[in-house]
Design a binder for this molecule. Sequence first.
Ligand SMILES: *[C@@H]1O[C@H](CO)[C@@H](O)[C@H](O)[C@H]1NC(C)=O
Ligand SMILES: *[C@@H]1O[C@H](CO)[C@@H](O)[C@H](O)[C@H]1NC(C)=O
Ligand SMILES: *[C@@H]1O[C@H](CO)[C@@H](O)[C@H](O)[C@H]1NC(C)=O
Ligand SMILES: *[C@@H]1O[C@H](CO)[C@@H](O)[C@H](O)[C@H]1NC(C)=O
Ligand SMILES: *[C@@H]1O[C@H](CO)[C@@H](O)[C@H](O)[C@H]1NC(C)=O
Ligand SMILES: *[C@@H]1O[C@H](CO)[C@@H](O)[C@H](O)[C@H]1NC(C)=O
Ligand SMILES: *[C@@H]1O[C@H](CO)[C@@H](O)[C@H](O)[C@H]1NC(C)=O
Ligand SMILES: *[C@@H]1O[C@H](CO)[C@@H](O)[C@H](O)[C@H]1NC(C)=O
Ligand SMILES: *[C@@H]1O[C@H](CO)[C@@H](O)[C@H](O)[C@H]1NC(C)=O
Ligand SMILES: *[C@@H]1O[C@H](CO)[C@@H](O)[C@H](O)[C@H]1NC(C)=O
Ligand SMILES: *[C@@H]1O[C@H](CO)[C@@H](O)[C@H](O)[C@H]1NC(C)=O
Ligand SMILES: *[C@@H]1O[C@H](CO)[C@@H](O)[C@H](O)[C@H]1NC(C)=O
Length: 499
Amino acid sequence: MTRFLTPIWLFSATVLGAAHPMITPAPNLKDRMVPVERDINPVSYVHGVLESLGSDVSSYVASGVPQFFQDFPSGDAVESSLGIDDDDLAATPTQVLNIPGYANWTEQGWNVRVHGNVYKQPNISQERLDDLANIFLIGTDIDELQPNEQTQARNLTASIFVVQQSDLNVTINFENDVDVRPDASGGVINAEGGAQSIQLPYETTAEGDFDAFIILQNTTGPNGGHLIAGNATNSIQSLNMYANGTLSGNATAYLVPPTGFTIISDIDDILRITKIYEPKEGLLNSFARAFTPWENMPEIYANWSASIDDFHFHYLTTTPEQVTRNYMEFIYKTYPLGSFDTRPLNFSDVSATLSIRKFLLDKIFQTFPQRRFVLMGDTTNSDVMKDYPQLVRDFPDQVQCIFLRNTSATDDGDLFPYDTSGFEGLDQRQYMFFVHADDLRGVDIVGGNCHNAAVQQNVTFGWQGQGFGNAAPALAIKGWNWGLLAMSITLTTIAQIVL
Ligand SMILES: *[C@@H]1O[C@H](CO)[C@@H](O)[C@H](O)[C@H]1NC(C)=O
Ligand SMILES: *[C@@H]1O[C@H](CO)[C@@H](O)[C@H](O)[C@H]1NC(C)=O
Ligand SMILES: *[C@@H]1O[C@H](CO)[C@@H](O)[C@H](O)[C@H]1NC(C)=O
Ligand SMILES: *[C@@H]1O[C@H](CO)[C@@H](O)[C@H](O)[C@H]1NC(C)=O
Ligand SMILES: *[C@@H]1O[C@H](CO)[C@@H](O)[C@H](O)[C@H]1NC(C)=O
Ligand SMILES: *[C@@H]1O[C@H](CO)[C@@H](O)[C@H](O)[C@H]1NC(C)=O
Ligand SMILES: *[C@@H]1O[C@H](CO)[C@@H](O)[C@H](O)[C@H]1NC(C)=O
Ligand SMILES: *[C@@H]1O[C@H](CO)[C@@H](O)[C@H](O)[C@H]1NC(C)=O
Ligand SMILES: *[C@@H]1O[C@H](CO)[C@@H](O)[C@H](O)[C@H]1NC(C)=O
Ligand SMILES: *[C@@H]1O[C@H](CO)[C@@H](O)[C@H](O)[C@H]1NC(C)=O
Ligand SMILES: *[C@@H]1O[C@H](CO)[C@@H](O)[C@H](O)[C@H]1NC(C)=O
Ligand SMILES: *[C@@H]1O[C@H](CO)[C@@H](O)[C@H](O)[C@H]1NC(C)=O
């Protein structure tokens, strides 16, 4: 197998792709601090600035995707950057990230989605890990963090520096041994049967990923129990799935009936405080500080889980797969149980990063053509702003509500421009921009009135954003520059460490 033992890995195996054999040059802050004219289209302006830097990577910044979560190395790149070889790795156990999936009811029976990644965790010395963690911490050093923050920074860094395993078969053992407390999460109940072992139909991809639907046999459980047919229940049945041969690949599958309500919720800056729009804060909130809920969203979700019958929760974030465990751990101890989606590794190049959310949304909409969806997000993600209203057009009977947190209303640090034009022509009862979590209390999801009349809507359709509106354009440019700076520091530092 070809191995890159030179720093070339940075460019060959990461998002930069072979076509970009150069590190993005550090942006010159001074040059960018030029005043902008009014009414300029912020995206084309930013693209213009970025094009002058000569890198496609920079379009991440222009799209509101947190750029510090972009350039993760994978596979061979990790090995060569850590100076480890195949023999070192062979001695470490194979691990499986098994991401909780959903199942739909078909003519053949329950059809369950199994997705995740197979990888090995190299043994990295703490000193090395600290060097690597410092890449992600702008303006601070791991030595300056509190002990619990250091642990978190090392944990996240180690999760990123894993070696994915390609061309492997994955076998999943299904067990009906979930033990959800009655009413702990919407209508989720324990499956009474369905234990079986199934080998996935394909080997893992070049990046170690697997993602397949498989049909469950109707096996009999203890006490003669069995899976309930999807058209004979409104309840969501939960069934555990363990990746065979490892204790690291435990997950739960949610067997979701054809009709009912599903909420698809983004996580960053809606379920947790991230502040992706302030790169330094975003990095600390992601790499060092414990994940913290935003306002009282946990209470809002707990109430919905208890008051809306058989409400299916699906968490869909475009954060990269490598940090899935940290996101899941936070969600499951803070919010109702449910299925999960993060960004698979083959969606790492620029265009794929920008299309992954729609790809995952289309997949769940197509899997449940008769269910009605509640979509939750915030204004700082340009893909959310585009994709959520587009779903109303693509799947006219499937969108029940769209809720968007107006992030700039509570955070003056948020200078991201955002585009509301997709909402033009939508029924106001179908969507609401809101400021505080409590604004969600007065909505009637099941009755289809998603606008709490107490929350004044000020939407004008088109580009919004303080920096590019009437006030301080230079500030906005500074905001963008921080993004660029963060990215350039990241790339340059990785290069220095590797070199
Ligand atoms: C339930 O679904 C199965 C499989 O699709 C089908 O054979 C059966 O007729 C359905 N039963 C009812 C009551 O619709
Ligand atoms: C990791 O490496 C350190 C130092 O080389 C060694 O002491 C330790 O036993 C190794 N740990 C494992 C799990 O192999
Ligand atoms: C990091 O923390 C998560 C959540 O606690 C845990 O599941 C994971 O195994 C840890 N990863 C590493 C590499 O230590
Ligand atoms: C995976 O399973 C298939 C079908 O059983 C088999 O043909 C193939 O050789 C297996 N691959 C590996 C790497 O074991
Ligand atoms: C990524 O892989 C999945 C299957 O794991 C496949 O469905 C999808 O089309 C691939 N996407 C890209 C952009 O290669
Ligand atoms: C499984 O079989 C039992 C007994 O025949 C039947 O009552 C039940 O509906 C079946 N479940 C599914 C999921 O097909
Ligand atoms: C499951 O794992 C066990 C132990 O790791 C192994 O002996 C067995 O062959 C595996 N089964 C399959 C179907 O992969
Ligand atoms: C996964 O499940 C197995 C079987 O129940 C259990 O022994 C193991 O501790 C679990 N692993 C984790 C990480 O929870
Ligand atoms: C079940 O999900 C699969 C995969 O998305 C989809 O192709 C199929 O049409 C769905 N079946 C039904 C009956 O909804
Ligand atoms: C968001 O809040 C800002 C500041 O209050 C306001 O200018 C803007 O119109 C609001 N946007 C939406 C879509 O409600
Ligand atoms: C709309 O503007 C009013 C008055 O400035 C403000 O109180 C409210 O929070 C704004 N609504 C949103 C969703 O930003
Ligand atoms: C709880 O949710 C119900 C229905 O979804 C809603 O009517 C009620 O106002 C909510 N209560 C609180 C305290 O949020």
